[in-house]
Write a new protein. Structure first.
Length: 345
């Protein structure tokens, strides 16, 4: 029931417009970050001095003492971090998108990175090297730390934060998804009906399709396995797609600035950094393709791989039949003088 209520609420907020949905998302995210950051700082202040050791960050402190523990952790870490680039999907509704979107993306990466680092340090230093295995075996690691460093009486606040975190995540992903569906419908890459607008000038068909897809994927899994398990399944299944996309973007950056934009090429920005990122992404990719055991969770990424293959075939078909459609996607980010004449209609 809660799943249906959340999907309905998110769809309604999206229908009201991007200003409303973005404000709701920002408010939820700000509340979440404030509470978790306060807990993390409390832990770092109260943690025993002997817990402050770099040894807690060693692979030897992981549950199995293996590098595979790190690669598996990277899979979910990347899944949690994914979405920082979602601002690009809102480019058509942003002021001066060529400046505001890159600036917003960089700020999100920095703020989120600092926040995640703060929380990781709090969790590891708060438990110590020998208690990390016990921490991850807790039904709610965050609740365990709250009881230990705050009070069991405020566990309700942490539970509320977890709910708000999920809601904020759904709002952000929903906004990005419907804008992508709208853009692809407008450019005839997908059915043109996806570009239909409501009386409030919001993509009503795209909103309905995104809500329906969410229900089709999430409702049966949630009913059968519960919310936390469903999140693990979907996050694990989507991890391979995310890693491959990020890997492709880094490789494409190198290629683009060594060919089409050679006059703008900078060694560190367009070769060293994307090369280093591509190498790092190979570790979670290895962890996805070679899990310790082929359970349902570990097999779901291969479903995502099949879906990506279907997408590649569909893109090839569209390129062959309607090449102008693919070329038009993303034109909003091109300088005005580089856009086709019909881009301003």
């Amino acid at each position: 029931m809660l799943f249906l209520v959340i999907v309905a609420a998110v769809a309604l907020v999206a229908y009201l417009g991007i200003a409303t949905s973005s404000s709701v998302d920002l408010l939820l995210a700000a509340g979440e970050v404030a509470v978790i950051a306060a807990l993390a700082i409390t832990i770092l202040v109260k943690a025993a001095p002997e817990h402050y050791s770099a040894a807690v960050l060693s692979p030897a402190s992981s549950p199995h003492g293996q590098v595979s523990d790190i690669t598996n952790a990277m899979i979910y870490g990347i899944s949690a971090f994914a979405g920082f680039e979602a601002a690009a999907a809102l480019g058509e509704e942003a002021r001066d998108s060529r400046r505001s979107i890159p600036a917003g993306t960089i700020v999100v990466v920095i703020v989120t990175g600092v926040f995640y680092l703060l929380v990781v340090l709090a969790e590891t230093f708060g438990t110590g090297q020998h208690d990390i295995t016990g921490l991850i075996q807790q039904p709610s690691p965050l609740g365990y730390l709250t009881s230990r460093y705050w009070s069991p009486s405020v566990l309700w606040a942490i539970d509320l934060v977890v709910v708000l975190t999920g809601l904020s995540f759904v709002v952000a992903v929903f906004n990005a998804a419907i804008r992508i569906l709208f853009a692809m419908g407008r450019e005839q890459v997908l059915p043109g009906s996806l570009a239909r607008l409501s009386g409030r000038h919001t993509p009503i068909i795209a909103i309905g399709c995104a809500a329906a897809l969410t229900l089709i994927l999430g409702l049966p899994l949630t009913y059968a396995n519960g919310g936390p398990a469903t999140f693990r399944y979907l996050a694990g299944g989507g991890a391979l797609s995310i890693v491959l996309i990020y890997l492709a973007v880094n490789i494409a950056t190198i290629r683009a600035f060594r060919t089409e934009f050679r006059d703008q090429f900078r060694l560190w920005r367009h070769l060293v950094l994307p090369s280093a990122a591509a190498v790092l992404l190979l570790f979670p990719l290895w962890g996805i393709l070679h899990p310790r055991a082929y359970t349902l969770v570990n097999l779901l990424p291969f479903v995502a791989l099949g879906w990506l293959c279907i997408g590649v075939i569909a893109a090839g078909f569209v390129r062959a039949k309607r090449p102008a459609g693919l070329e038009a996607v993303g034109r909003v980010f091109a300088p005005a003088e580089e856009q086709p004449a019909d881009a301003h209609r």
